[in-house]
Ligand binder design. Sequence first.
Ligand code: ITT
Length: 195
Amino acid sequence: MITNSILFGTSNPNKIKEAQKILPKYTIVTPTDIHISSDIDEPYLTLEKNALHKVQTIYSMTHMHCFAEDTGLEVSALDGAPGVHTARYAGVQRNDMDNMQLLLKNLEPHKDRSARFRTIVALCISGETYIFEGILRGKISLEPLGEAGFGYDPIFIPRGYTQTLAELPSEVKNEISHRAKALSKLALFLGQADI
Ligand code: ITT
């Protein structure tokens, strides 16, 4: 066991940056650090199944304590879309601006702009898997605003705020976000398991 070190199986450097700030007591090891591929497919139709698939794939390659996550943006008026298709909403190019523009267009006819980010973190310790969920509620803005964060942050206004996640300081996002909530549960679990 590597005390206080944990492998985060992701290809997204922004997620790694956020996770390291949210989990200061742990050293986050990345796939790049240990020279393995971080490009894992997401073949399933739920965030839970994809997160478990990712962590099991990473564990089978490394046998290290590891976690992976899948995040979706769920928009009420669009029946929960883009959901599990969030990354490729506007196509396989996985382009953030294309994705946001398509979402804004599809939401145009609707009054209800409420939405939520949902993160499922899957943890694998000695081959056993565990799931933690984090949800951030809010609404979709009328246009992209702000430079911080990544992905859909420029069009998501968290409940209780007037600015998008990309306009708010990163410290605020890391306190309130879906990822922060799921990773705080993971940290509590690891602390109780003395890992
Ligand atoms: P993995 O290697 O961890 O899978 P990824 O970037 O492919 O990295 P996801 O499949 O979870 O991650 O991403 C789903 C989409 O949601 C993708 O378009 C992200 O940019 C977006 N996303 C994820 N977390 C976000 C956040 O905190 N704020 C805004 N957008 C986010």
